[in-house]
Design a protein. Sequence first.
Lengths: 326, 206
Amino acid sequence: MLIKRSPNGTDIPFPSEITPQAVYEERRRFIARMAAGAVAGSALWEMANRQAFAQAPAAQKLAAKLNPAYSAIDKQTPFKDASTYNNFYEFGLDKSDPAQNAHTLKTRPWTVSIEGEVKKPMTLDLDSLLKLAPLEERVYRLRCVEGWSMVIPWVGYSLSELIKKVEPTGNAKFVEFVTLNDKAQMPGVGSRVLNWPYVEGLRMDEANHPLTLLTLGMYGQTLPNQNGAPVRIVVPWKYGFKSAKSIVKIRFVKDQPRTAWNVSAPSEYGFYSNVNPEVDHPRWSQASERRIGEDSFFQKKRKTLMFNGYGDVASLYTGMDLKKNF
Amino acid sequence: MAFNPTPRQFTAIKAGLFLLALVPLGRMVWLTLSGQLVEPLEFITRGTGDWVLYMLCITLAITPLRRLSGWNWVVKLRRMAGLYAFFYGFLHFLTFLWFDHFFDVQEMFKDVLKRPFITVGFIAFVLLIPLAVTSTNGMIRRLGGKRWQWLHRLIYVIAPLGILHFWWMKAGKNNFTQPIIFGLIVALLLGARIYWNRSKALAARA
């Protein structure tokens, strides 16, 4: 083996191979900075996360009696899955974003203004909403247009209870739900994905159907922010996006509302959007679904049921071509 | 700058990159089997798809990298990068066939024909197959260098098809940031080739 010997007999081989002091000092500083940055970064990250949990208001228990007439007997989705896998674009596009970002939403004080074609327009705060009718627990299947489903015990009462109170006029043919649109509280509102605010709507008879639930809680407590706190709508026979979250306005109107997804992609998302295995979404089939938290990934997907299994609502659509009115 | 690895160094670099390219797969398998994913189908479909595009970009970047840096040896990594693009493409397709359609081939083909974005992705995957099959030294010899090179120019079609597939998928949510980034990278990598070819042609004429 050839051993390089330095001309001066020391262990330092050639002057040209010695790293200049300025260079190695800079390298050392760089490495130290990187290490410090990594440590500080991870500490900050943890603090930020703790902060997030600290800021999120603690869920309050909501006493509600189970309404067995309107409750599915399906196995309930674990709370953890239902509260960490969400589509709520006001808080980001990934399913995990809402759970991480929604702590900035301030759910108290909160008011919902009810306006439009009604004899008694009113603005209700959360406490009035909680007292407007007896709270019921209803276990509903939730089918997302993306091909997955959950089973969630919601807490609320039929929207019809509120509709009775405001006395719609004969001109009220549709109900429009408007979600909060506040960039300061909702980081996703800047994105171009949809026109904000998020608007959803139902025909009057759909809104008055007893299954349509004005929802204030789930799993026996107030709604987590990422699930649409403090008040949302749940329409179990329609794809999930029809169930507007964090509602600030309920308007009774003459004309069919211009709903957010319908405006964004009219050929993909119809106004009705009833769960229907016969009518495909243009980019995927709606014939089957995976039940989150229950169906294994290695299992064939289960068949999707017409109206998500809520066949009672079929009478709302007699004589309508549901392929055309998708 | 003219770094030239010894054969041993090169083997180490190649082995390191080989293992590195398996990390995304390992992560997906681990997260799925340990039950940390709420919906593995979406995660794995997207993850494998993303990695096809990364690998296609890496494969296409090798010639420009070689030209700009003078590192001729990087071309010896191109086959591996291309085969990894095929590997993740195969996993992407397998996810679709297995976990989406549960091996119902007829249903799968219905889906492929009915939905343009899947049609495009499927064509891109099918086009990758002959490239993977003819990637061996034996096949290069059998085909002859010129013909082999022509065949492998299919990647200039495959990469844009892959991006179109991704673009179309993202169109549902008007969320084009990532497809635009991929599009720009591939346009740059293909544009550099056109530019160099034209300069060469001009130089030859002069």
